[in-house]
Design a protein around this ligand. Structure first.
Ligand code: NAD
Ligand code: WQD
Length: 343
């Protein structure tokens, strides 16, 4: 079996990706220090796939401990590197923590990839690398604008570091995946996003409001220059996003890549406004949402969505789930996890 190291395997996107990898014949080990997660998703993975996954509770910034895990697993064919801190807001107040964690862990992962000759690396990048793009939809060629926060800068710098690493190591190959707005949950409702702090992302805010954890929610601005005045984003189902990683590994293992460092946008390809997202939720769940229109949120871009032609052409990746399915699975997961919390 082809063995893959997933870093951040207990996190939101990592845990869903492990399911897709196992279902496509990969064996997986994980390194996650549980700084923003628990080991619970590992139980869900076992239930869904029938396979156990070993997680090493190690901080990837610790070079020695990280190296020891690579020593134990000399047969890795690839690394999917999710582990990072991801709060935009927190990064503004704790920039050094973000640079240390997100770049320190990446440097250690790349050093081990080189030392132990692990040929393929997939990196979790973000649409935030584009900043406030001039033209929509953004393609992989759209130039980076100034990063809006230190978190986004760690992704721009992470991409540049991997680009330089690949130039210096022609035998290595990497893919940088620029995720748009991941949302939704596994269809089993056994796992989904479990923010440890109060949610700030739109989809969990919607489901938390519908279930009654909040009295109401606010739409941040309805006076933008968009079709209904609210901001437009590209929401991508987490299982479709998960499958993009599997497709990347298969692409690299099949030597189909044209360069040894390639970049792909991973979005649905059409934007939805905040109000459209709310209406999709109401339709999918049958719940009426208590929302009000409020002022704009500082730092929000007006609209961003992906051109995903490159991922379709080269990787053969096609997202299968619509925004309604995103909302339906997010709602099923919210009901399941709130039920579990309440007893
Ligand atoms: P998450 O916080 O749920 O998962 C990240 C995991 O990495 C967590 O389980 C955390 O404990 C672990 N981790 C962090 N630092 C670590 C370290 N030094 N050593 C070991 N483990 C560490 O986040 P997610 O939403 O699953 O995001 C995964 C990746 O995708 C991140 O790199 C994130 O920046 C990127 N991304 C996320 C989004 C999003 O909206 N969720 C969008 C674009 C890109
Ligand atoms: C979506 C839309 C809000 C909450 C963030 C990061 C980005 C990437 C994805 C990691 C916006 C509106 C939200 C609410 C609202 N992450 N909204 N009321 O800001 O597009 O992107 O996650 O790489 O880097 O910045 O996502 O879910 O916070 O917001 O009206 O209570 O929903 O204004 O238009 P965002 P989000």
């Amino acid at each position: 079996m082809k063995k893959v190291l997933v870093t951040g395997g207990c996190g939101y996107i990592g845990s869903h990706t492990i399911v897709d990898l196992i279902e496509n014949g990969f064996e997986v080990i994980s390194i996650d220090n549980l700084s923003n997660s628990t080991a619970e998703p590992l139980k869900a993975i076992k239930k869904i796939t029938g396979q156990g996954v070993r997680n090493y509770k190690v901080d990837l910034c610790d070079a020695n401990k990280t190296r020891k895990i690579f020593e134990k697993h000399p047969d890795l064919v690839g690394i999917v590197h999710f582990a990072a801190l991801k709060s935009v807001e927190e990064s503004v107040f704790q920039p050094l923590r973000y640079f240390h964690n997100n770049l320190g862990s990446l440097l250690n992962v790349l050093s081990c990839a080189k030392e132990f000759a692990v040929p393929h690396v997939i990196f979790s990048s973000s649409c935030s690398v584009y900043g406030n793009a001039d033209d929509l939809p953004v393609t992989e060629q759209t130039p980076f604008k100034e990063a809006e926060c230190p978190y986004a800068r760690t992704k721009q710098m992470g991409e540049q570091i991997i680009g330089d690493f690949c130039k210096a190591n022609p035998k290595a190959s990497a893919i940088l995946l620029r995720y748009f707005n991941p949302a939704g949950a596994h269809e089993s409702a056994l796992m989904g996003e479990s923010p440890s702090n109060r949610a700030t992302n739109l989809v969990p805010v919607i489901t938390e409001t519908a279930i009654g954890k909040r009295d109401s929610m606010t739409v941040f601005g309805d006076d933008y220059d968009t079709r209904d005045g609210s901001c437009v984003r590209d929401y991508i189902h987490v299982m479709d996003l998960a499958n993009a990683h599997t497709k990347c590994l298969e692409y690299l293992l099949g030597n189909k890549n044209k360069q040894n460092c390639e970049v792909f946008n991973v979005g649905l390809g059409n934007g939805a406004s905040v109000l459209e997202a709310i209406h999709a939720f109401e339709e999918a769940s049958g719940q009426k949402l208590n929302y009000k229109i409020g002022p704009r949120r500082a730092g929000d871009v007006v609209a961003i969505y992906a051109n995903r032609d490159k991922a379709a052409d080269r990787l053969g990746w096609q997202p299968k789930r619509s925004i309604k399915e995103i909302m339906k699975t997010a709602w099923d997961w919210e009901m399941a996890r709130t039920g579990n919390l309440n007893g």
